[in-house]
Ligand binder design. Structure first.
Ligand code: ZN
Length: 115
């Protein structure tokens, strides 16, 4: 059991497409390993999906191919320009807490925090 099994996805819905893409990349990787007759203890496994310091963190345990690693790095970088709440173009905001939001979600969050 890892954090993912216990808590699922620990970030906003705006990153769903990025996460979905990575899950599909993991599935393709596993399908390739199955085709090679590799047993499941040697498959990559999603350990944790969360937001940290304004960026998506997608942690995979087990063997990770260069191609999967590259897709993971690319999606994590991409999350820094996608609003975590609504998937609109966003940017990293520095404040008391770092997060990647679009202008609208950022303004709403600021207003909410003032009350
Ligand atoms: Zn937004």
């Amino acid at each position: 059991m890892g954090p993912y099994d216990e808590w699922g996805i620990e970030c906003g819905d705006g990153w769903f497409a990025l996460i979905d893409r990575l899950c599909q990349a993991c599935e393709r990787e596993i399908e390739g390993l199955i085709a090679l007759g590799i047993s499941n203890e040697r498959w990559p496994r999603v350990a944790q999906i969360k937001e940290k310091m304004g960026s998506l963190r997608f942690r995979i345990t087990g063997p990770v191919s260069d191609s999967l690693q590259e897709q993971k790095t690319r999606a994590e970088l991409e999350s820094l320009s996608v609003c975590e709440q609504c998937a609109a173009p966003g940017m990293l905001r520095d404040g008391r807490w770092r997060h990647t939001y679009c202008d609208r979600c950022h303004a709403e969050e600021e207003a909410r925090r003032r009350h």
